[in-house]
Design a binder for this molecule. Structure first.
Ligand code: AMP
Length: 505
């Protein structure tokens, strides 16, 4: 009887009195306590009549208890389906229906609004709040603290994560036990995690970064997690002297740079800062290293592939790049139209293959066939380039590519030039419909604090370094860029907002 993911990550810690999670107020949960709670939850779920492979949807606040539901699902052979806490009842109705989840665990506050959806989809509705209280936890109390682990194969499904769905419907990415375990093993080794590490964890746990990358590495290495509900500047500054490592999205790092308390002394005990989920500006990388003495290690991955590339732990962490393919993972740059591999130095679509790559999209065989080639390569939809030293550069999303008058324009190239202009904090370049060119370039600029950038001067300046066809037709100032919870700029929102700017009147 085996369950590779449970045995590999959780089972190894059964009965251990070592601290797994430490909360902001100092409360701790040992590995043993955490696993006992998970075992009780596994009893409740199986008592509901759930069978291996059934989906358990969860939309609750980040807490040790919500994380224990993940462990419970793995132990009971169920498919864990965490959902962004920002999703509304209308959005949840799609996820419930599409996934066929048999149980939905929600915050007591949303019970009323979800009752109807649960009734329609036939799911059982249970509640759990941020303190781990609610109908689900109540049912767990009488259960034994041990649960006989359900046998699973490495290729069986362990989790569904819905992609953020910036175009069209969200897709349920089916992740197997081996997808998760193999990636945790590679990353733990690659980033040299050990049981003497203390990981500062301020990411959400409904997303691959905070859930799988951070948690699975901590479990595999046996390190302790400082578990913070969200990125709260005060808490991060207070806890950093106890930590050895942090995983964050780029906005965590820009916020730290904005805080005068963040300096070398504060991170004296730190070994590693990791960034991902959105591009880290080369400028931020440099400023961060100057201030803290630490070059941030940037890596690249996505829901469907787990982590794919990483800058080296030892060796040069090159700003503005996402490093090299991880051991055991293949990466190539292809021409999206023909699928042919391009020569080094060319920009094209990033394709990846390896044990990290998901099994496909739930209920969407055509979509799966479009993106997952029969030879196992997954077309990521990201555009990239491999430089002469083998470092991978992300140039943007395929769908963000601008085609103006027949020319391909990569927003990242223009953004890099704009970000370097006086008074500009950051920028987003998008394509908007244009009667003559099909599409044209629009640049949205966020001023740095206390600056009012001179747009005419910027335009004159960038026209010296960018070919005419790449020059933004217009520069517009915005107070900030729309971002999702993972710090990704939502270009689709910007495209919608400015779609009629150049329309013929
Ligand atoms: P998600 O599935 O939500 O994790 O989003 C994955 C997408 O985030 C990737 O396809 C990339 O477009 C983007 N992404 C992740 N890491 C990076 C990175 N280090 N630099 C640039 N983009 C990234």
């Amino acid at each position: 009887m085996a369950n590779p993911l449970y045995d590999g990550l959780f089972g190894r810690h059964l009965g251990q009195k070592t601290v797994f999670l430490q909360l902001q107020d100092g409360t701790t949960f040992t590995h043993g306590q955490f696993l006992q709670q998970a075992a009780q939850y596994a009893h409740v779920l199986t008592d509901f009549g759930l069978r291996p492979g059934d989906r358990v949807a969860v939309q609750i606040e980040k807490s040790p208890h919500s994380l224990a539901i993940y462990a419970a699902c793995v132990q009971a052979g169920l498919v864990f389906l965490p959902l962004n806490t920002a999703y509304t009842a209308r959005e949840l109705s799609y996820f419930m229906e599409d996934s066929g989840a048999r149980v939905m665990i929600c915050d007591p506050k949303s019970e009323e609004s979800l009752a109807m959806i649960a009734q329609v989809t036939g799911a059982r509705l249970e509640t759990m709040d941020a303190e781990g209280q609610g109908s689900f936890a109540q049912k767990a109390v009488p259960h034994p603290l041990q649960f006989a682990t359900v046998s699973r194969d490495a290729e069986d499904l362990a989790a569904f994560l819905y992609t953020s769905g910036t175009t069209g419907r969200s897709k349920g990415a089916m992740l197997t036990q081996n997808n998760l375990l193999s990636n945790a093993e590679v990353l733990t080794r690659h980033w040299a995690f050990s049981d003497s590490d203390v990981l500062l964890h301020a990411l959400p746990i409904f997303h691959t970064h905070g859930l799988f990358v951070a948690t699975n590495i901590a479990l595999l290495s046996g390190c302790k997690i400082l578990f913070v509900p969200k990125f709260d500047q005060e808490a991060i500054i207070a806890l950093m002297p106890q930590a050895t490592s942090m995983m964050g999205v780029p906005t965590f790092y820009t916020r730290l740079l904005d805080d005068p308390r963040f300096d070398r002394a504060l991170c004296q005990h730190m070994r590693l800062f990791i960034s991902g989920s959105a591009p880290l500006l080369a400028e931020t990388h440099k400023l961060f290293e100057q201030r803290s003495g630490h070059p941030i290690l940037e890596r690249y991955g996505m829901t469907e592939t787990n982590m794919t590339t990483s800058n080296p732990y030892e060796g040069e962490r090159r700003a503005g790049t996402v490093g090299f393919p991880l051991p055991g993972i293949e990466l190539k740059i292809t021409d999206s139209a023909t699928g042919k591999t391009l020569a080094q130095g060319n920009i094209g679509e990033i394709e990846v293959r390896g044990p990290n790559v998901f099994k496909g999209y739930w209920n969407m065989p055509e979509k799966t066939a479009e993106e997952l080639r029969s030879d196992g390569f997954f077309m990521t939809g990201d555009l990239g380039m491999v430089d002469a030293d083998g470092y991978v550069h992300i140039v943007g999303r395929n769908k963000d590519l601008i085609i103006s008058g027949g020319f391909n324009i990569y927003p990242k190239e223009i953004e890099t030039v704009l970000d370097a202009q006086e008074g500009v904090l950051e920028s987003a370049v998008i394509g908007v419909p244009h009667p003559d060119f099909g599409e044209t370039v629009l640049a949205l600029l966020v001023p740095s604090s206390d600056h009012t950038p001179d747009l005419d001067a910027i335009h004159a300046h960038i026209s010296q370094s960018l070919a005419r066809f790449k020059l933004p037709k217009k520069l517009i100032l915005l107070p900030k860029l729309p971002r999702n919870t993972m710090g990704k700029v939502q270009k689709n929102t910007l495209r919608d907002q400015f779609r009629d700017l150049f329309a013929k009147s």
